[in-house]
Structure formats: structure tokens, C-alpha cells
Design a protein around this ligand. Structure first.
Ligand code: NAP
Ligand code: 12T
Length: 341
């Protein structure tokens, strides 16, 4: 294996950054040093790591000298500015924002699906959108077996996807409403407590949200197959952790519900939870804090020749962000790719 790595977690005070530190620790990620970076606002703050605390330093243009690997979760504009600076300093970047995902120079990777795309990286590797990642883990085995023609997906997304401030907004709104007090909405355009908002990220000219179009475009890039059609409706729900998704999948080759259960049961990263006679199916509160993508409610779509419906749930901060990023970093190490070509 390669030399011991100096690793920077950029955005270490955020919802994703903190989880990255937890995942690095839990997976015993090989490192000689871990540096916690964030904005000037956080300089001197402490973040827990292993048996100690890391003191947060400001991310600046000079931060990346001597850093081998930077795991970014500090927002799109920050990443647009700092990722190229880091690469110039010889650092490989795995980025969580949407800034680099559709860039032709940047692989977009889910390690269970397209690890080979890491081979052509030029310094920046993009982590897909949280909703896309869990859908890819579940669709890949089905696509390999039966060729997916079209997917209709509706998401039920947790507030943690928006970051620490949104987690606090839901907590505060619930507390105030239960005490008969009026609520304020800062992060979202409307009250999120006891509500559903069919609105994630910004609206685009075609009437879809950017989040919905990420699911369409990122799927094609990750699967390496422009023939897969995806149409999405993304909804924010008052859940703290884990995104749930309802999927309707049309395949070229007929698969029974049992075929799909058997395929997914042996696929990496998936746990099939489908015992309706015992009321057992994937749920956000059970997936929270876990690594797997849970799949259940697997059944044939009786309105078309070759169709499957299913329900998938995964922790958006873990597999949807921090865990997938660390898995990318681990795969880079395995393939001896922690270097700027
Ligand atoms: P968050 O809780 O709001 O945290 C944001 C982090 O970025 C904080 O550590 C913040 O530091 C840091 N930051 C902001 N501006 C900075 C700057 N100018 N220089 C250095 N650091 C800066 O947000 P989050 O939920 O962790 O999300 C962070 C990023 O990950 C976003 O880009 C988001 O889109 C992405 N994300 C991706 C997925 C996914 O789908 N894969 C899921 C969730 C989030 P301070 O504390 O100092 O402000
Ligand atoms: N707006 O990484 O608000 O593209 O849940 C992830 C989550 C963007 C992203 C969210 C978002 C991303 C959200």
C-alpha cells in the first residue's frame, strides 16, 4: 500500500464533515495526520476524532501544501474555488458538492457501481448526490441482469441533507408548535415541521428542481449508459436522517419480485428487508446511523409487462455523503491512485 497519508477534512464542522471524521475513525482509515478545516468563523473550534479533539483551522489557498487527500464538504462555491488550488498543490480531492459532478474531467463514483471510473481521475473526484447514490446501489444489480429502460422515482428526503442549520430548524419548529408558539422558517421557504415540501434545491426552466435533474443526469454518468430514462419528484419531509425513495422500474427482461429479492440480497451494500407478513420494511429511523441501503416492498408492477416497484432507504449523511466519500478514498488507495497525474 501507499505511504501514510495526510488527510484534510474540509468542512469539518458541518453535518457531513463531522460524519466523515466518525467514518474515518470507524473504518480505521490509514493516515499519518488528519487536519480539520472550515471557514474563518470556526478557527479554534474543537471537533472530536478518535480519543482526542482536532482544532479547526481555516481553509485558505495555502492549506494544501503537504496534504495528500482532501475530503470536501464545504459547499459548491467553496469547492469550486479551493478544489483546483488543492490539486495544484498535489492533493487529490473527493468532493461532496454538486460543483464538479457533471464535469467531463471528473469521475462521479459510487464504489459498488463504477469503481473503474476512478482510474481516469485528474485530481478531483465527485461524490454523487445523496438521493442518486442510494438509487444507484439498488439499480445496478437490476440493470446488469435485465437492462433498465425507465425509472420513475419519488423521494422523501430528510432535512439533514441541507445541513446543520436545517436540522436545528426542524427541531425548533416542532418544539415551538408543540408549545402553541408561531414558527419561523429561515432555511426552507415554508414550515417543514408536520409538512412536506415538493421543493429541493432551486427550480429550473423546465419546471423540475435541480435536485430532480441531478437524479436524471448523474444516473446516466454513473451507469455509463445514456439509454436509462429517469424521471424524478423530490420531496422534503420532516425526518432528521435517511432519505426514502419509491421506485418504479421498467426493464427490458422480465424479472419476478423473487428474482429481484434474490439479486439484491447478494449485491454489495444492500440489505433486503421485505417481510410484509411481519410489517417489516425499510424505515428512515432504522437506517439512520447505518451503512447499508435497505430495500423492501418489492413487487411486480401489474400495469406493464416488465415492471418492479420497490422502496429504498439509506442514511443520507452516511452512504449519501460521508461514507461514500471515504469508500472512494479507500478505493483510491487500493488502486494506488492517491496522486495527481
Ligand atoms: P453544513 O452543515 O452547513 O456545513 C458546511 C461546512 O462547510 C461547515 O463546516 C462550514 O464551516 C464549511 N464552510 C462553509 N463555507 C466555507 C468556506 N468559505 N471555507 C471553508 N469552509 C466553509 O453543510 P453539510 O450538510 O455538511 O454539507 C456540506 C456540503 O456537502 C455541501 O456542499 C452539500 O451540498 C454537500 N452535501 C452533499 C450531499 C450529497 O448529496 N452527497 C449530502 C449532504 C451535503 P463553518 O462551520 O466554519 O461555517
Ligand atoms: N440541496 O449535494 O438540500 O447536491 O438536501 C444535497 C442535498 C444539494 C447536493 C439538500 C441539496 C445536495 C441537498
Amino acid at each position: 500500500m501507499s505511504k501514510s497519508l495526510v488527510v484534510a477534512v474540509c468542512g469539518a464542522t458541518g453535518a457531513v464533515g463531522r460524519e466523515m471524521l466518525t467514518v474515518l475513525e470507524q473504518r480505521n482509515f490509514p493516515h499519518s495526520e488528519i487536519i480539520a478545516m472550515a471557514s474563518a468563523r470556526s478557527v479554534g473550534k474543537k471537533v472530536p476524532f478518535m480519543d482526542r479533539e482536532l482544532t479547526v483551522v481555516e481553509m485558505t489557498e495555502d492549506s494544501f501544501e503537504g496534504v495528500d487527500l482532501a475530503l470536501f464538504s464545504a459547499g459548491g462555491s467553496t469547492s469550486e474555488k479551493f478544489a483546483p488550488i488543492a490539486v495544484k498543490a498535489g492533493c487529490v480531492v473527493v468532493d461532496n458538492s454538486s460543483a464538479w459532478r457533471m464535469n467531463d474531467e471528473c469521475p462521479l463514483v459510487v464504489p459498488e457501481v463504477n469503481p473503474h471510473d476512478l482510474d481516469w481521475h485528474k485530481g478531483i473526484i465527485a461524490n454523487p448526490n445523496c438521493s442518486t447514490i442510494q438509487m444507484m446501489v439498488a439499480l445496478k444489480p437490476i440493470h446488469d441482469e435485465a437492462r433498465i429502460k425507465r425509472v420513475v422515482v419519488s423521494t422523501y428526503q430528510a432535512v439533514s441533507g441541507t445541513g446543520q442549520k436545517a436540522i436545528e430548524e426542524l427541531e425548533n419548529q416542532v418544539r415551538r408548535l408543540m408549545n402553541g408558539q408561531p414558527v419561523v422558517a429561515d432555511v426552507y421557504p415554508h414550515q417543514i415541521a408536520f409538512n412536506c415540501l415538493p421543493h429541493i434545491d432551486v427550480f429550473m426552466d423546465n419546471g423540475y428542481t435541480k435536485e430532480e435533474m441531478k437524479m436524471v443526469n448523474e444516473t446516466i454518468k454513473i451507469m455509463g449508459d445514456p439509454s436509462i430514462k429517469v424521471t424524478a419528484t423530490c420531496v422534503r419531509v420532516p425526518v432528521f436522517y435517511s432519505h426514502s425513495e419509491s421506485l418504479n422500474i421498467e426493464t427490458e427482461v422480465k424479472l419476478s419480485a423473487n428474482d429481484v429479492r434474490a439479486l439484491l440480497a447478494k449485491a454489495p451494500g444492500i440489505i433486503v428487508e421485505d417481510y410484509t407478513e411481519k410489517n417489516i420494511y425499510p424505515m428512515a429511523i432504522n437506517a439512520a446511523g447505518e451503512d447499508a441501503t435497505y430495500v423492501g416492498r418489492i413487487r411486480e408492477d401489474e400495469t406493464i409487462e416488465n415492471g418492479i416497484n420497490m422502496w429504498i432507504v439509506s442514511d443520507n449523511i452516511r452512504k449519501g455523503a460521508a461514507l461514500n466519500t471515504v469508500q472512494i478514498a479507500e478505493t483510491l488507495i487500493e488502486r494506488d491512485l492517491v496522486r495527481v497525474p
